[in-house]
Write a protein that binds this ligand. Structure first.
Ligand code: GLC
Length: 809
């Protein structure tokens, strides 16, 4: 036992990053007026991404045009463009646009990559905005501006490009857009022996159609042709459709053959590596601009591809679609806006954090430069949690549909499949102790947001039976499953694992985390019964909650915090007696969120978490990390110490700590947990954080790892779902209830702040005054000037806007 390893990490040693020479201080900053992010240098520590989607066609695009896109959000079989994920630092290939001066042969790329013109000759600005990314550049006295987005009315991504000649003399230019096609699935694309041999192209003036056979399996039609297309709005003077033809052999993308020659070779690919490259001649008089559109999509036939390409790659269509993208996201975000004394809080809260949560809701963990992009479906627990962040912004039907789909892969016994495939609705896997319990939280949250109590009576089937049962019965089954599958101390069995996938080698262990989650789920089901007037059932839930809470407190209190697991032979994990993993975040925060911990223990457990797991960069998942794989602990130890579940800041757990602190009314503490991870905080340490500061990352590496402070896996993470929920529901304290909107801020003594929140069709314009600077407590509430008892704005059907004045104290 080495107690010193539990000392707080107040100072994290920093080491130079590999591959970065003389790092500049900053690469960008938030635009406080719009909440968008402006990248001012393209040589960022790693590619900084944005997502573009219409909900079914989705791509990720880096700030230099890298990334890929997927049709039907299908990361297994419908990836359209190639990008080498293992070569991610190089961010190649991408959706690039070369611009060449026909008179002197000099060229650069409007996307900076892949030519990488020295920055003293290249002016760059990248803009990351909801639904679109824009790169503005000036090089060789040519200005360009390209915006990437997905058309709301097209299964395609569009590149809207404007080229300007700021000088006086006429410029004769050629624009060469470039992208590489992917062979639909990773396995097929990797099979060089056969994959490329099935490819060929049809070139129809402005549209290149890439065709390739793909095996959909006997039950889905077997070998069928797939069609992807690349189109230009403007006539081309040459094209290439094969990698060797455009780039050449033993040449890089920075000086491809076609750019050296000043034209493409008009090569029609037959059985080689398929690309789309075009040459578009532009003559620009002094001061003149030209707008062009390129687009990428997929289709069911040559004719359809040509039709779609021509329809989508058109300037008027692209402008109209881009305007729609802007309007869509503005309306989405306008449903919940805050104005506080601290931009650190409200700038991310108002724009890019809810945008990221919407992307996570759509993509789960599947369309990503970092995570599994094949094979696995969407996670039962992950998607349930993702609804929590997106709920206030989504149309009710979107949350309802996902929650119902998830309940459809619950098993009759009450537990659930671990994954489900959105394309088919099929479930897969299972055996975890927690999956099924998350549904209680998402259903409660949905019903409170929407008022749709009837959803509880909706009949939904099970994964392993044709019988259907009402939603409320599904939730009861989840609770009963947990109650029946308990160990010697009456706590739920860990089974394969619980939320922490990597604590997975404890045959027969009991999970204190799942016990806490069960308590939260029992409270949720209690409130749902009560809302339906089923008071006896509600009372029973309260008793079941109390019984589990008692067991947690009897079996799992370790003196200053809650243990994490109790093994079959009665030993503890997450206890002082352990050498490694003495304390874990999950069991402690969920004992509080599940209202199992009595007040003194709740405070002490959270104090211990803060003391033992806190670092300037956020709070770690456990400490000390395990030095190596231990078959008695689980796959946690396969990660280097300080990485992922093995003692990193596994960020997903931090907003739980915010919620728990807020439930205790400790506003400054809750805010402090938030502030350590806020995008603004990360924006001040761009060279340490490395990942894009405007997106929340799934984890931050911790000592003893040499890359301490570096973030990994930005964008698709339960962290964003919970962070948004913690900021909106717990710090701002705006929480829907069945019969109104609760206003219960828990703040760092802000003297005043404002919130706009749409709730059941009414826009509540909320002003909060806090004359004494308290952390929590509402002493006065007025709705349109009239005093209301308590701290709940009643549902006001038919009222468009209300003024809500709140005085804390
Ligand atoms: C990943 C998984 C999630 C799990 C977490 C902790 O984020 O997607 O399901 O709960 O890791 O292991």
């Amino acid at each position: 036992m080495n107690p010193s390893q539990l000392d707080p990490i107040n100072d994290v040693p920093l080491h130079p990053r590999p591959g970065i020479v003389d790092p500049p201080e900053r690469y960008g900053h938030f635009d406080e007026d719009t909440g968008e992010y402006i990248i001012t240098r393209p040589d960022t520590p790693q590619p900084w991404y944005n997502y573009i989607t219409n909900g079914s066609f989705t791509g990720f695009v880096s700030h230099t045009g890298g990334g890929t896109c997927y049709g039907r959000n299908d990361s297994v079989e419908k990836r359209i463009l190639r990008t080498h994920l293992h070569g991610r630092p190089a961010d190649q290939p991408g959706r690039w646009i070369y611009i060449r001066d026909r008179d002197n042969g000099t060229f650069h790329a409007a996307t900076w990559a892949p030519v990488y013109t020295p920055l003293n000759r290249f002016r760059y600005e990248g803009r990351v905005a909801p639904g679109r990314s824009t790169i503005t550049a000036e090089c060789n006295r040519i200005r360009s501006r390209v915006t990437y987005f997905v058309g709301p009315d097209a299964e395609a991504e569009l590149w809207l490009l404007t080229v300007t000649n700021p000088a006086r003399r006429t410029r004769r230019l050629d624009v060469f857009p470039y992208a590489e096609f992917f062979l639909w699935s990773l396995a097929r694309d990797n099979n060089l022996d056969s994959g490329f041999k099935c490819t060929d192209v049809a070139v129809d003036g402005r549209v290149i159609v890439h065709r390739s056979y793909y095996d959909w399996g006997a039950d889905r039609g077997g070998w069928k042709r797939q069609y992807a297309w690349f189109a230009s709005s403007t006539a081309t003077s040459s094209f290439d459709t094969n990698l060797e033809a455009f780039v050449g052999v033993f040449r890089g993308y920075d000086r491809p053959l076609a750019l050296a020659a000043g034209r493409c070779g008009n090569f029609s690919n037959r059985g080689g590596e398929p690309v789309a490259a075009m040459q578009i001649p532009l003559t620009l008089k002094g001061g003149a601009s030209r707008t062009l559109v390129f687009a990428v999509g997929y289709a069911g036939s040559d004719a359809q591809a040509a039709r779609q390409g021509r329809r989508v790659a058109a300037v008027a269509f692209a402008r109209e679609q881009l305007a729609k993208v802007r309007r869509h996201w503005r309306a989405y975000l306008d449903r919940f806006q805050a104005d506080t004394p601290d931009a650190t809080f409200h700038v991310p809260f108002n724009t890019l954090t809810p945008y990221q949560s919407a992307i996570t809701f759509v993509c789960s963990r599947s369309i990503s430069p970092y995570q599994l992009t094949g094979g696995r479906g969407l996670g039962y627990r992950d998607s349930n949690q993702d609804t929590l962040g997106a709920m206030p912004y989504q149309p009710a039907a979107a949350s309802r549909k996902l929650i119902a789909t998830l309940l459809g892969v619950q098993k009759k016994a009450g537990d659930a499949c671990h994954d489900f495939f959105p394309g088919t609705g099929a479930g897969a896997g299972g055996g975890y102790s927690d999956d099924h319990l998350w549904s209680a939280l998402s259903v409660e949250s949905y019903v409170k947001e929407s008022g749709d109590l009837a959803f509880l009576d909706k009949e939904i089937g099970f994964h392993d039976s044709d019988a259907a049962a009402p939603v409320i019965d599904h939730l009861e089954r989840a609770l009963r499953f947990a109650e029946k599958n308990v160990g010697a101390h009456g706590l739920p069995l860990l089974r394969r694992a619980d939320w922490n996938d990597c604590l997975n080698a404890f045959e027969g262990a009991e999970s204190v985390f799942t016990a806490g989650l069960y308590c939260a789920a029992a409270k949720a089901v209690e409130s749902l019964h009560a809302a339906r007037g089923e008071t006896a059932k509600a009372r029973r839930c309260a008793k079941r909650h109390a019984a589990m809470a008692e067991r947690i407190n009897e079996a799992a209190w370790d003196g200053a915090w809650y243990r994490r697991l109790i093994t079959r032979d009665g030993k503890a994990v997450g206890a002082r007696s352990n050498r490694y993993g003495k304390i874990y975040m999950e069991s402690n925060v969920w004992a509080v969120i599940g209202q199992a911990a009595p007040p003194d223990r709740a405070r002490e457990a959270l104090d211990s978490v803060r003391r033992c797991l806190g670092t300037p960069y956020g709070h770690r998942l456990c400490a000390p990390p395990y030095p190596d794989y231990d078959p008695h602990v689980g796959t946690l130890g396969i990660f280097a110490p300080g990485y992922k579940e093995n003692g990193a800041i596994f960020c997903h757990t931090n907003p739980w700590l915010i919620v728990a602190e807020a439930m205790l009314g400790r506003g400054r503490r809750a805010y402090d947990v938030f502030a350590r991870l806020s995008p603004y905080t990360k924006d001040r340490i761009q060279n340490i954080h490395c990942a894009e500061p405007y997106a929340l990352s799934s984890m931050i590496i911790m000592p003893p790892n040499l890359e301490a402070g570096r973030a990994r896996n930005p964008w698709l993470t339960g962290f964003v779902s919970w962070m948004l929920a913690a900021m909106g529901r717990w710090i701002l304290g705006i929480r829907p209830d069945f019969d109104g909107l609760v206003i219960d801020p828990c703040v760092p003594r802000w003297k005043r702040f404002g919130v706009r929140r749409v709730f059941r069709g009414t826009t509540c314009v909320i002003h909060v005054d806090n004359p004494e600077g308290v952390e929590r407590g509402v002493r006065e509430l007025r709705v349109d000037g009239k005093e209301v008892e308590g701290n709940k704005v009643p549902v006001l059907t038919g009222t468009k806007t209300v003024r809500v004045n709140v005085v804390m104290g």
